[in-house]
Design a protein around this ligand. Structure first.
Ligand code: HSE
Length: 426
């Protein structure tokens, strides 16, 4: 039976999950995989935490050097997160020829080419299933299951924290602040929730996923990012009345003008399968030219779901002699790829305007002048004396045209304010 030793760097939620799966299922992996996998080292400052998980004292390393020089360690699992010291640790492991398995999406989104170069040099494996969508095997699907396809689009709900918050706002009528507080109480949102609620986490993930989908390095500066902290419950409710559900969608698309990648609150039709992905669940919808549509659904975070992705990478690595790397030129500045930043989409607008005759005509006239075609207009119920609230949805137009139009509308004396702008994906 093939024996293999693993080191775990960081024993937080995910590290604990990896340790638990590997130890609880040692016999199961012997039987199902013909592999005897043991944890040979952990690197964790909080020794109490390591001991409480049942790890023997002599396996708790005090430095990365100790880990990478341990001949019993074949695979190093990095689950610390953030850039440093993770980057230094991962590079040291790769330099020593150890295969690395990581869940670190920020490190991967920002430094993937450098890590891959280091791995190639020593022919070490570099695996990252757990960087995106936790337990959902999206990376392996893209690399090993979609080779016959020119992928047209990838759309997903890839951040559980924001999906939980939006679900509570949509179905329980919570304000953003109330929903965030509850997410923090349940441990879904961090004390400082910025990375999740401002869309950074989803940006890292869609940068990795769309690189694989479109065979070019999509750096994070190519991703348009807007979070959910300005989402107003009013827009969620008006959207519902019009048959839309609001989600923080990550979108990668191949268009005639280039690749466009974005993360922002988005109205999708309520019958779209992504609309029923609720609470902290994640889902990814892919369209390939051969296979058509594929959708994967599951838990994007948590100790055992993310641990599941990491352990599947460990087993995959142990079952392959030669490792392969990204199938595309993984460079920061791949000039052969064309990107489109001025994307084309539909819009929902909410305006507070003067409640008097002729105002609607003036507003729709201003929008028409910008060559933007209106799809639906509706005036909501009474706001306050002399003021009316108007909802407008448009056909597809360029983002730049819409921004100019919003500026124009804001300057009109009949318009008090443009209060809501939401993109619509049909
Ligand atoms: N913070 C992430 C989320 C989980 O809320 O989905 C880890 O990627």
């Amino acid at each position: 039976m093939k024996k293999a030793g693993v080191a775990i760097l960081g024993l937080g939620v995910v590290g604990g999950g990896v340790y638990k799966i590997l130890t609880d299922k040692r016999e199961f992996f012997k039987k199902t995989q013909g592999l005897d996998i043991t944890v040979e080292n952990v690197l964790e400052r909080n020794v109490e935490r390591a001991l409480s998980l049942g790890i023997e004292k002599e396996k708790i390393a005090t430095s990365i050097e100790e880990v990478v020089s341990n001949p019993n360690v074949d695979i190093v699992v990095e689950v610390i997160g953030g850039i440093e010291p993770s980057k230094t640790f991962v590079l040291k492991a790769l330099k020593s020829g150890k295969t690395v398995v990581t869940s670190n999406k920020e490190l991967f989104a920002k430094h993937w080419p450098e890590l891959e170069k280091a791995a190639k040099k020593t022919k070490a494996g570099l695996f990252f299933e757990a960087t995106c969508v936790g337990g959902v095997p999206i990376i392996r699907t893209l690399i090993d299951g979609m080779q016959a396809n020119d992928i047209q689009s990838i759309k997903g709900i890839i951040n559980g924290t924001t999906n939980y918050i939006l679900t509570k706002m949509t179905y329980m009528g919570y304000s953003y602040e109330e929903a965030l507080k509850e997410a923090q109480k349940l441990g879904y949102a961090e004390f400082n929730p910025t990375a999740d609620v401002e869309g950074f986490d989803a940006t890292y993930k869609i940068s990795i996923l769309s690189s694989l989908a479109f065979n070019t390095k999509v750096t994070i500066d190519k991703v348009y990012r807007e979070g959910i902290s300005n989402v107003n419950i009013k827009d969620i409710n008006y959207g519902k009345e019009m048959g839309y559900t609001l989600k923080l969608l990550a979108i990668g698309k191949k268009t005639n003008s280039g690749i466009e990648v974005r993360v922002h609150p988005t109205f999708i039709k309520s019958e779209n399968p992504l609309a029923s992905v609720n609470d902290s669940f994640n889902a990814v919808h892919l369209v390939g030219d051969s296979v058509g549509e594929i959708m994967l659904y599951g838990r994007g975070a948590g100790d055992l779901p993310t641990g599941s992705a990491i352990v599947s990478d460990i087993i995959f690595a142990l079952r392959h002699e030669d490792f392969y790397y990204t199938p595309f030129r993984n460079e920061e500045d791949d000039k052969s790829a064309k990107f489109q930043s001025d994307f084309n989409t539909r819009y929902y607008l909410r305006l507070t305007v003067q409640d008097k005759s002729g105002v609607l005509t003036k507003i729709s006239g201003a929008i028409a002048k910008s060559n933007i075609s209106i799809m639906e207009v509706k005036q909501t119920s009474f706001v306050e004396e002399g003021k009316a609230e108007i909802i407008i949805t448009t056909h597809e137009c360029y983002e730049s045209a819409m921004r100019k139009t919003i500026d124009k509308l804001s300057q009109m004396s009949e318009v008090y304010s443009v209060d809501g702008v939401v993109r619509i994906e049909d």
